[in-house]
Design a protein around this ligand. Structure first.
Ligand code: KIV
Length: 293
């Protein structure tokens, strides 16, 4: 018989930790799915995600911004808290939003600490290479696991001049490799590689001792991440090349909601089975009372 919790439910399997993720390198492929609320967390975890990434992509897919730049600490804390409450086994990883760690080590540690203390995330993710190593070291020294993020770093969209594949030249790829080594040396337990040529991701993956999690980085990374809404067809019609859509839930939802609208307009909803009745004697009393008055 499986162990039970005090509430009588089945005990969750042991929570996945940052050291478990680091130790998975070379052992098994890691599955990372973004989630922004408790319901999505439960679905992604039940589907087998090792990590639930509360990405700052929530700025686009949930909050309607055109990029991630405007996302605030308060918004990240709000959504990371919901994901942490919905997750039982998967590691909950919260993105540090733009300008919550770039300025200095103190604010980086304070803001990363809030993700653990207030939202109950287990780790944080930061975008950048050698230029943010002092902040990464300080966060790690405070006892907070850090995942790095290299390649296309969406928080730098203004400086990059758009969402473009990175490290396409030998020189840029060599710099990316140096950044990856610096992140590993600084104590990151894993790193995302976003939109880089597959051979570059393969080289980085072979060269660093921590897992690489790819998105638009080919098949040789130690794991893969996709955005929940992109996987399920819930975010507009544009599909980047690196996304594989596994369902068209957006289309299904439009169809279902359209049928609801039709039923309301035609009076077919609510039907008798969706409505509440009243005991006949109470109804007689009510009608008698209203007729008498
Ligand atoms: O914000 C996000 O969802 C991300 C992933 C795409 C890696 O950073």
């Amino acid at each position: 018989m499986s162990p039970r919790t005090r509430q009588g439910g089945a005990m969750p399997k042991m929570k996945i930790t940052a050291p478990d993720i680091a130790a998975a390198k070379g052992q098994r492929k890691l599955v990372v799915i973004t989630a922004y609320d408790a319901g999505q967390a439960a679905i992604a975890e039940a589907a087998g995600a090792d990590i639930l990434l509360v990405g700052d992509s929530l700025g686009m897919v949930v909050l309607g911004y055109e990029d991630t730049v405007s996302v605030t600490m308060e918004q990240m804390l709000h959504h990371a808290g919901a994901v942490a409450r919905g997750a039982r086994r998967a590691l909950v990883l919260a993105d540090m939003p733009f300008l919550s760690y770039q300025a200095d080590r103190n604010s980086a540690v304070t803001n990363a600490g809030r993700m653990l203390k207030e939202a109950r995330a287990q780790a944080v993710k930061v975008e950048g290479g050698r230029e943010i190593v002092p902040q990464i070291r300080a966060i790690v020294q405070a006892g907070i696991p850090v995942m790095g993020h290299l390649g296309l770093t969406p928080q730098h969209v203004a400086a990059l001049g758009g969402y473009k594949v990175q490290a396409r030249t030998a020189q840029a790829a060599a710099m990316l490799l140096e950044d990856a080594q610096a992140l590993a040396d600084a104590g990151c337990f894993a790193m995302v590689l976003e939109c880089v040529p597959s051979p570059v991701a393969e080289l980085v993956t072979r060269s660093v001792p921590i897992p690489t999690i790819g998105i638009g980085a080919g098949p040789d990374c130690d794991g893969q991440v996709l955005v929940f809404h992109d996987l399920l067809g819930l975010y507009g019609d544009f599909k980047p090349k690196f996304v594989k859509r596994y369902a068209d839930l957006g289309g299904m939802a439009k169809d279902a909601l359209g049928r609801f609208a039709e039923d309301v307009r035609s009076g077919t909803f609510p039907a008798k089975e969706n409505s509440f009745d009243m005991a006949p004697d109470e109804l007689d009393k009510l009608l008698g009372d209203t007729q008498a008055s």
